[in-house]
Design a protein around this ligand. Structure first.
Ligand code: HGY
Ligand code: MN
Ligand code: MN
Length: 413
């Protein structure tokens, strides 16, 4: 294998910064919500770069984009790299984008050095990883991996009632490749850690062994709207007061299962949301996470038991809907070793790590051997416009990605 084939760090950084101009926000982040015009602009730029790099580009019916660099043996399953270009509303310049554009840099580097691989090399851009505009998350990779049915996903609506399927058609990315029809021999995803561990331990590379499990819920609390003036306190059925107790309980559950549990209420709608009306209804989301499935189940049971008790005590109804479940996922041992070997070959400090965030690799791990590579991000901050990573760490992650791919794609001597 060609050892230490140097990627072009400046070219990678320039591509990251050019992509970051699409949907740039005032505080230096990005907002390219999935299937918006800005998402289309990012996709179009990515496709043009892939075609310039000599790749054949195709799109599947879920809008997943695939760029193929041919190998000597077209019949072999491809070694695939990938991630996502869609962002959170107040997202950063690296979440997802790094994995997509580092994959492009790896392909550009193979081209520069005239390296032929035995297996084809694919680069994927998965649709709607974030699950912000359309929920749940990881929709494109989920359809590809058979976790979600395309028709179900196509009917999902955003807050304004637009459907995933209509928006995918509107931006011109409803492709004709059948999702999941593409064979993958091994999948590697580079991503920022989105947490504080690598930076705190001054490690350059995270060798991701697992991704923690997630359970998402949609909760509707129904009380009774009434006038904020004449309604005596004891007579009230205040949905927001009850919802605030659920927020407290979610936080308690997170701390009760420390140090690895995470528990978040990230979205709330108060109705009628008028300052002099006691709220009659509140919609809120709950996001529970833990690396062990059994503990995640316990957290689930505690949440539901609390909501049942609250309904009686607060004279409200509490409807808890199980919205999404992504089990804890162990990555493929050979892929994890290829990542570790890649870090050692390049001489980077590294440590094994469990992913706190969900990633497309979690679903792809269900249909192909998969592994992930992490690099640090400043103060562990992500899903925030100030999200930041250094050019040096981005280059290091890209170098390890290339090494891991070459270990799996068997370059032709
Ligand atoms: O929520 C997650 O873990 C991912 O960022 N979609
Ligand atoms: Mn991501
Ligand atoms: Mn994200």
């Amino acid at each position: 294998m060609p050892t230490n084939l140097p990627i072009n760090a400046d070219r990678l950084w320039a591509s990251l910064m050019e992509m970051a101009e699409i949907g740039a926000t005032e505080k230096g982040g990005n907002c390219r919500l999935s299937l918006t015009d800005l998402d289309k602009q990012g996709r179009d730029l990515f496709v043009s770069w892939c075609e310039t790099a000599g790749c054949a580009v195709s799109v599947d019916a879920a809008g997943n984009i695939f760029a193929r660099r041919p190998g000597r043996d077209a019949s072999k399953p491809a070694v695939m790299m990938g991630s996502h270009l869609d962002t959170q509303p107040t997202g950063g310049r690296f979440d997802g984008v790094l994995g997509v554009l580092a994959g492009l840099e790896a392909i550009r580097t193979l081209n520069d050095h005239g390296i032929e691989t035995d297996a084809p090399v694919d680069l994927a851009c998965w649709t709607n990883e974030e699950g912000s505009r359309f929920s749940p998350a990881m929709m494109g990779s989920g359809v590809f991996a058979g976790v979600f049915e395309l028709d179900d996903i196509a009917a999902k609506e955003d807050m304004d009632g637009a459907t995933f399927g209509d928006e995918l058609q509107r931006i011109g990315y409803a492709g004709n490749e059948t999702p999941g029809a593409r064979d993958i021999g091994a999948y590697f995803e580079l991503h920022i850690e989105q947490g504080p561990i690598l930076e705190a331990e001054e490690k350059t590379i995270g060798v991701v062994t697992d991704a923690q499990g997630q359970r998402w819920y949609e909760v509707t609390v129904t009380g009774a709207e009434s006038h904020a003036g004449p309604t005596p306190m004891p007579r009230r059925r205040d949905a927001l007061l009850a919802a605030s107790k659920i927020v407290q309980e979610v936080n308690r559950i997170g701390f009760a299962h420390a140090p690895n549990a995470c528990a978040t209420v990230g979205h709330m709608q108060v109705r009628p949301n008028s300052r002099n009306v006691i709220p009659g209804e509140v919609f809120l989301t709950v996001d529970l996470r833990h690396p062990e499935d059994e503990t995640l189940s316990t957290m689930n049971d505690e949440l539901k038991a609390f909501c049942t008790g609250l309904a009686a005590e607060a004279k409200v109804s509490v409807d808890v809907v199980d919205f999404w479940y992504s089990p804890p996922t162990a990555f493929n041992e050979a892929c994890v070793n290829a990542v570790r070997n890649g870090a050692q070959l390049a001489g980077y400090s590294h440590r094994d790590i469990v992913s706190g965030a969900g990633h497309d690799a979690v679903y792809i791990a269900g249909v192909a051997p998969a592994g992930m590579i992490f690099i640090p991000c400043e103060d562990g901050i992500s899903h925030n416009e100030i999200e930041n990573a250094t050019p040096e760490d981005c280059a290091a992650g890209c170098q390890v990605l290339l090494h891991a791919v070459l270990e799996s794609a068997e370059p032709v001597e």
